[in-house]
Design a protein around this ligand. Structure first.
Ligand SMILES: [Zn+2]
Ligand SMILES: [Zn+2]
Length: 396
C-alpha cells in the first residue's frame, strides 16, 4: 500500500491576468503594463506569499514564448505533477474564455492545463475558433460542450469564473442552471467571485457537489491575493490541485478567504438611472425608489434569490470555512510607507495577515493601525454595501 504523504496548507490565488508580454505586446488591454509572467511569479513568491498561483492568459502565444524563455534560462522549471515552479511558488497555466450560447448572454470560464505542452496544443485549437488568440478573455466561437471536451480531453480543468457577477458570470447573466450549458460531470470547481460567499451559493442545489474557489481576478500586481484559498496538498502542483478540487486522498480546499460580499462591487442592485444602490427593503420593486427609473441592474444577492431552488441556503459538510477578510489595501491609514515597513518586518502579506501577532504588528505600525489589521483579518471592520460597480467601503 502506498504511503499517504504528509499534507500541508498552501496559500493559492488562481486567477491573475497578464497585462503585457515581456516584449511589450498587450495581452489584457485593461491590465497593468508590469503584469508580465515573470513579474507575477516574483510578486506572488516574494511579496504576497502565494505558493500556488494561476496565471490566466498563459494561452497567449507571446506569453508561452516568455514561459519557454524562463524555462530555458533555468529561472523557472516544470513542476513534478504539472505547473511551473519559481522559488517556493508553483504557477498553474490557465486561460479565461468567453462563451456565448445562442439566445444567451456571454459568460467566462477558466481552463487550466497540466503543462506547457498541453497549453500549446489547446491554444492552437482555440486559435481556430477565436478572432485573436493573443488577447485575454476572448470569445470562443464553438459550443460550450465542445469546449468542455477539448479542455477535459487534454487533461485540463474547467472552472466557471466569477459565477454570480452580473457581467459575464454564468449564473449572473447566462443561465439559471449550469446544466443548461455544461455536462456537470466535467466541471472541476466553481469560482465564487467578489460579491458572493459560500452561504449565498448554498441557495443553488446543483452547486453542492463542487469545491468553491475564491480568487482575486487581479488586473494589477497589487491586487494579487485580494481573495485567495488555502489548499491542503502534499505539494503545490497541478495534479495535487486536481485532487484537492475532487476532495480525494485527503487533499481539499481547506478555507476560502474573500471579501465580505457586502464589499463587492455588485452585491446589491442599483439604478443605472441615478446610480443609487437599492437597499434590501426596496430591492424587490421594479422601479428605483429614488428616481423612478426602471433601469435597475440586479445585484448578486438579488440574482441568487431570484434563481434559488431552496428557501434557505444549505452548506454541505465538506464545505470549508469562508473567512471574510478585508484586503490590507482597504485599511484607512495603511499607506505605502507603512506597508513597506510591515513587509520588511514580516516578509510577505500572508505573514502579515496570518502569522504576525498584534503586538508584533504594533511594534511596526503603532497600536491603532495594528488593531485595524487584526479587525481586517477577522472580517470585523465595519463596512458599507457595494453595488453598481463600486466597492463597499470601510466605515471608520
Ligand atoms: Zn471574467
Ligand atoms: Zn479574469
Amino acid at each position: 500500500m502506498a504511503l499517504t504523504p504528509e499534507l500541508h496548507s498552501f496559500y493559492c490565488d488562481l486567477h491573475v491576468h497578464i497585462g503585457r508580454t515581456s516584449a511589450g505586446n498587450a495581452v489584457k488591454i485593461s491590465g497593468s503594463r508590469d503584469l508580465t509572467f515573470a513579474n507575477i511569479a516574483r510578486e506572488a513568491a516574494e511579496r504576497k506569499g502565494m505558493e500556488l498561483i494561476g496565471i490566466i492568459d498563459s494561452h497567449s502565444p507571446g506569453v508561452m514564448q516568455d514561459i519557454r524563455d524562463l524555462l530555458m534560462s533555468g529561472e523557472m522549471a516544470e513542476a513534478d505533477g504539472g505547473g511551473v515552479t519559481y522559488r517556493g511558488t508553483t504557477i498553474l497555466l490557465g486561460t479565461e474564455i468567453e462563451i456565448r450560447e445562442p439566445d444567451r448572454k456571454e459568460c467566462h470560464v477558466l481552463a487550466f492545463m497540466p503543462d506547457l505542452a498541453a497549453m500549446e496544443d489547446f491554444s492552437a485549437w482555440m486559435s481556430r475558433h477565436m478572432r485573436n488568440v493573443n488577447l485575454s478573455s476572448q470569445r470562443l466561437y464553438a459550443p460550450s460542450r465542445v469546449l468542455q471536451e477539448e479542455i477535459c480531453g487534454r487533461g485540463g480543468l474547467l472552472i466557471p469564473a466569477h459565477i454570480f457577477t452580473p457581467h459575464k458570470g454564468l449564473y449572473g447573466c447566462s443561465a439559471e442552471r449550469m446544466a443548461e450549458l455544461f455536462d456537470l460531470e466535467q466541471i472541476a470547481a466553481v469560482e465564487l467571485g467578489l460579491s458572493a460567499d459560500s452561504a449565498m451559493a448554498g441557495y443553488i442545489s446543483e452547486l453542492d457537489r463542487y469545491s468553491f474557489l475564491t480568487n482575486s481576478d487581479a488586473h494589477s500586481l497589487g491586487k494579487i491575493g485580494r481573495e485567495y484559498n488555502v489548499l491542503e496538498l502534499a505539494a503545490p502542483s497541478f495534479g495535487e490541485f486536481r485532487l484537492a478540487l475532487e476532495r480525494r486522498e485527503g487533499r481539499r480546499v481547506g478555507a476560502n478567504f474573500g471579501l465580505n460580499p457586502r464589499l463587492g462591487k455588485y452585491h446589491r442592485s442599483y439604478c443605472a438611472g441615478c446610480g443609487s444602490i437599492i437597499d434590501e427593503a426596496a430591492a424587490t420593486s421594479e422601479r428605483c425608489p429614488y428616481c423612478g427609473s426602471a433601469k435597475l441592474v440586479q445585484g448578486v444577492f438579488d440574482r441568487i434569490l431570484h434563481i434559488a431552488d431552496r428557501e434557505q441556503p444549505l452548506v454541505p459538510d465538506h464545505r470549508p470555512p469562508y473567512h471574510y477578510q478585508v484586503p490590507l489595501e482597504f485599511i484607512p491609514g495603511l499607506g505605502k510607507a507603512k506597508m513597506n515597513a510591515l513587509l520588511a518586518a514580516f516578509g510577505t502579506e500572508m505573514n502579515i495577515l496570518h502569522r504576525a501577532g498584534e503586538a508584533e504588528l504594533a511594534a511596526v505600525t503603532g497600536p491603532e493601525l495594528a488593531a485595524q489589521i487584526v479587525l481586517a483579518r477577522s472580517g470585523e471592520l465595519a463596512l458599507t454595501s457595494g453595488g453598481g460597480g463600486t466597492y463597499g467601503k470601510v466605515s471608520r
